[in-house]
Design a protein. Structure first.
Ligand code: GDP
Ligand code: MN
Length: 448
């Protein structure tokens, strides 16, 4: 889950991370009023959307830039009028852009230097990592591509946390002067504590600025939360802005489905994240593009399957649907009934390919047959015989001790690679899942 900049700054302030004074406004009157309260100073007006690159963005009405500095409450009102209710397009929003419903009106910082600073979860080491650069304010991806030596990486041992010597080292590497080397570590520690306290997967401050008066401030902030930990933070869950999210994903989350919208046109409905990844990989392998990731899980009800199916059918981009179910805990007849119920309420206008295997498969196939639905039954997904020969060897490799899984991300990659080369997909996916579960307990220390 993401939040807006103004919300991120509220969280940072709780951990003594210095930001600028200001508040969010949804109307022109509010924007003007906040500007008056801030007093006779330079004021910055910033469009609030869940995407970066606002500074260099462009509104559909032709107005350039989602970040502007003004001097008087009247001027603040004028610039807010050009932003509120308008679509802002940035390099992160895609051409469709995002509707601006709110603007942040804040004290403008007198910037001397802009720095990039982020705490994120490094999937490769399964530990927090600080990424920083003296080249702040600009796109960090561009810095990484052009001058990788300017990216500083400081891994954090999760049990020990950010050590004072690490904070001092970072301050030096980032070129803080000796007078600032005192304040900077306090700010770094505040950012790290925020990251841990809210179960973030990323806290990114770009830019972190040094002002002409040598203050160190977080001028922009982007947070990413681990959705699986949201139940521990009701105050964060309350910050959710559904208007910023993919409507397909909003609908799916209402029904407890693991759904991620993608840009392709082949919808897939699968049970189990590993099998879902492998299915998407098969689609890509054969030159298709998946329209979504959808894991209906092991314990989905008929209603959930029906809702899942409705989301797939309602998606205008979808040109075909592939259902790939391996019935373990999930029963094939439940899936079949869900599909039939969905097809009753929403007209099925695209080809539907269904592959069912496992528990209650005969009953499931029977139900589909009797329903009279025009669907294509598939018994295998086109694995080539040549792959079968390589398969046993692969199974040996993953069973050997050389094969370790240190992160979800890596697991996904392994499964993709394996998915390409093996026919015994389901067995491997299940084996990997088991292996990952065990790995949680057997993992070697990261910094051993
Ligand atoms: P982003 O473009 O969406 O990442 O939005 P930012 O909040 O990072 O703002 C973009 C740029 O606008 C920053 O890199 C700064 O150069 C500038 N900017 C942001 N806030 C202020 C401010 O308070 N005063 C001044 N003078 N410039 C600012
Ligand atoms: Mn920024």
């Amino acid at each position: 889950m993401n939040i807006h900049e103004y919300q991120a700054k509220e969280l940072l302030q709780k951990f003594d991370v210095a930001t600028t004074r200001g508040r969010v406004a949804a109307t022109l009157d509010e924007a003007e009023q906040i500007a008056r309260e801030l007093g006779d100073i330079d004021i910055v007006v910033k469009a609030q959307i869940h995407a970066g690159g606002r500074g260099k963005g462009k509104f559909n009405n032709g107005f350039k830039g989602g970040v502007h500095v003004r001097k008087t409450p009247d001027e603040v009102r004028d610039v807010a009028a050009k932003m509120l209710g308008q679509i802002l397009v940035t390099h992160q929003t895609g051409p469709a852009g995002r509707l601006v419903n709110k603007v942040l009106v804040a004290e403008s910082a007198d910037i001397a230097r802009e720095i990039y600073f982020a705490v994120l979860l490094d999937r490769a080491t399964a530990a927090p990592l600080i990424v920083a650069s003296t080249e702040g304010g600009v796109e960090i991806e561009a810095v990484a591509a052009k001058s990788p030596e300017k990216i500083i990486r400081e891994p954090i041992e999760p049990l020990a946390g950010l050590q004072p010597y690490q904070a001092r080292k970072l301050a030096k590497q980032l070129g803080f002067e000796s007078s600032q080397v005192k304040n900077a570590p306090k700010l770094f520690e505040g950012l790290y504590r925020t990251f841990i306290a809210y179960d973030c997967s990323m806290v990114e401050v770009n830019p972190l600025v040094i002002t002409k008066k040598s203050e160190v401030l977080a001028l922009d902030a982007k947070f990413n939360f681990d959705d699986n930990a949201l139940y521990r933070h009701p105050e964060i869950a309350a910050m959710r802005d559904r208007a910023e999210e993919d409507p397909r994903e909003v609908e799916a989350s209402k029904h407890g489905l693991n759904y991620i919208g993608l840009d392709g046109n082949i919808a897939c409905l699968v049970n189990g994240a590993g099998l879902a990844m492998a299915t998407m990989d098969i689609i890509k392998f054969y030159g298709g593009e998946p329209a979504n990731f959808l894991d209906v899980g092991g314990g989905a009800t008929e209603e959930q399957v029906t809702e899942a199916f409705k989301i797939l059918i309602a998606d205008k981009k979808v040109k075909a649907i592939l259902v790939n179910i391996f019935g373990g805990i999930m029963k094939c007849d439940v899936i079949a009934q869900g599909i039939i119920d969905a097809a009753k309420t929403v007209k099925l206008s695209v080809p539907l390919v269904v592959r069912l295997e496992g528990t209650n498969v005969e009953r499931g196939k029977q139900l589909l047959k009797e329903s009279g639905l025009a669907l294509i039954a598939a018994d295998d997904l086109g694995f080539e015989p040549a792959w079968r020969d390589r398969s046993p060897q692969l199974v040996d490799v993953i069973r050997s001790d050389r094969f370790r899984i240190v992160s979800e991300h890596q697991r996904a990659r392994e499964i993709q690679t394996l998915g390409r080369a093996t026919c015994d997909l389901v067995e491997i996916v299940l084996f990997l899942q088991q292996r990952v579960r065990r790995d949680v307990f057997e993992r070697e220390p990261v910094f051993a």
